[in-house]
Ligand binder design. Structure first.
Ligand code: HEC
Ligand code: HEC
Length: 400
């Protein structure tokens, strides 16, 4: 074990140099495949309108009662680049009514709603929302708020931690009161991708879809060896895309429709995700001297390096960890162990590049800040870090 080849994580900028020669899966990505994958990630529903329209009837609710203001309040984002100048101007000067569901239909027609695709047809002079479907971008993209809160340029791969996806689903008129209660209990930034499989309620934080190149265990529990495993899982079993997914380990065997729109999309979708780099910390967002001290603690007294190793700060490619070794269990509020519901029953050491970007932390969001993360480790692993050391270590994490 000690002979493992360590590629010591130093400081963000030094990592690549320290790891020179380390194989990087993103080196060989075909730019055409990446571009195609971007289209798919943003705009492909894989035919999931069957679920969101025919089954959940979301098109009816949206057209009758979801104004842009209401959608933004639920954390749904608007892509400013899809808005023609006249629409931008109308939003600025208030002549476009953000409190009218009809404006939502217009935005859908423009393809401006991140992660929700609508088919709008003009029937007797009226714009009618005929179908809706969702894309990967709903949960795994946000915007930079450059135009207004919730309206800006797309940031693909950034988890939408504002999105109350449970509350969005709960708008469906096709659900029972008991189902709605579960969906409404999840809160912002969280989704339970196993609830409709095992009936248990334990939502997890929507994770980033960036920084995954070179990591050969995917999901919080390392269920797949490649993003493709989970992409197919989520596209078929969660989004309702047309295609097939099966995994005996979790007793799942789902086929939607008689054609497969998911499978042909997978290679390009994979290339796009692997092309997405973790975002560097904003300048001035951490204290340089504290970072130096924190790095020494990460490697030394804090023993973080025993699991968070290499250029991605994870030992995922070497193995997974039993829940009792992992400080995020037991789950808050009596939720069932997330690992127990997975294929591996274990947890993957979280990669830490770009970790500054996506609070709260751990799969269940147990720690609100990076400082809280370190406090939890300090207590649970009896590390004996002083308060000054705790904040130095947290400062180091902010710089990754
Ligand atoms: C409704 C919200 C939602 C949608 C839509 C969604 N995901 Fe996810 N995604 C999640 C959640 C929640 C997880 C965490 C599951 C876990 O790790 O057990 C996740 C996990 C992932 C992971 C694993 C990340 C890691 O660190 O290993 C990848 C990759 C991913 N999603 C890509 C996609 C792609 C590609 C699509 C479209 C085909 C998609 N997701 C659609 C919510 C969503
Ligand atoms: C026994 C292996 C192990 C050790 C030692 C360890 N970690 Fe972790 N770490 C994990 C695992 C596994 C997770 C993911 C837990 C989860 O998904 O809830 C994690 C998650 C995290 C996260 C949350 C990342 C996110 O995306 O939410 C941070 C931050 C973190 N660890 C920092 C540290 C620091 C700092 C130390 C040292 C004080 C440390 N870890 C020591 C295994 C370890």
């Amino acid at each position: 074990m000690l002979a493992r080849k360590l590629c010591l994580p130093l400081f963000a900028s030094a990592v690549l140099a320290a790891c020179a020669g380390h194989h990087r899966d993103d080196d060989e990505l075909d730019p055409l495949l990446v571009a195609k994958g971007r289209q798919i990630f943003r705009y492909d529903t894989f035919g999931d309108g069957a679920k969101w329209t025919d089954q959940l009837r979301m098109h009816e609710v949206i057209a009758s009662s979801v104004s842009p203001a209401a959608a933004l309040a639920l954390g749904i984002k608007v892509d400013v680049d899809a808005l023609p100048p006249a629409v931008r101007e109308g939003i600025r000067n208030g002549s476009i009514d953000l409190n009218s569901p009809r404006t939502t239909v217009t935005l859908l027609k423009l393809g401006a709603v991140v992660g929700i695709l609508g088919r709008v047809e003009t029937v007797r002079g009226q714009e009618v929302l005929e179908r809706v479907g969702i894309t990967c971008a709903l949960c795994h993209s946000t915007v930079d708020n450059g135009f207004a809160a919730g309206i800006g340029k797309r940031l693909d791969g950034w988890p939408n931690r504002d999105l109350n996806v449970g509350a969005v689903i709960a708008l469906s008129p096709a659900l029972t009161a008991a189902q709605k209660a579960v969906y409404n209990s999840w809160g912002r930034g969280r989704y339970d991708p196993r609830f409709n499989i095992d009936g248990k309620n334990g939502p997890v934080e929507i994770p980033p879809a960036y920084g995954l190149a070179g990591i050969h265990k995917i999901t919080y529990t390392g269920d797949g060896d490649d993003v493709t495993y989970w992409n197919r899982y989520v596209a078929v079993t969660q989004m309702g895309g047309l295609g097939h997914f099966e995994d005996d380990r979790i007793g799942v065997d789902v086929t939607n429709g008689s054609i497969d729109l998911v499978r042909p999309a997978l290679p390009a979708l994979r290339a796009y995700q692997l092309s997405l780099k973790a975002p560097p910390p904003p300048p001035g967002s951490f204290d340089y001297d504290a970072v130096g001290r924190g790095r020494a603690l990460f490697v030394g007294k804090g023993r973080c390096i025993t699991c968070h190793l290499g250029s991605k700060f994870t030992d995922a490619n070497l193995g997974l960890h039993a829940p009792f070794q992992v400080v995020s269990e037991p789950e808050p509020n009596g939720a069932p162990s997330y690992a127990s519901r997975s294929a591996t029953k274990l947890y993957r050491t979280a990669p830490l590049m770009g970790v500054w970007q996506h609070p709260p932390y751990f799969h269940n969001g147990k720690a609100a800040t990076l400082k809280e993360v370190v406090e939890i480790y300090n207590q649970r692993k009896a590390l004996g870090l002083s308060p000054a050391e705790v904040s130095d270590l947290a400062e180091y994490l902010k710089a990754l």
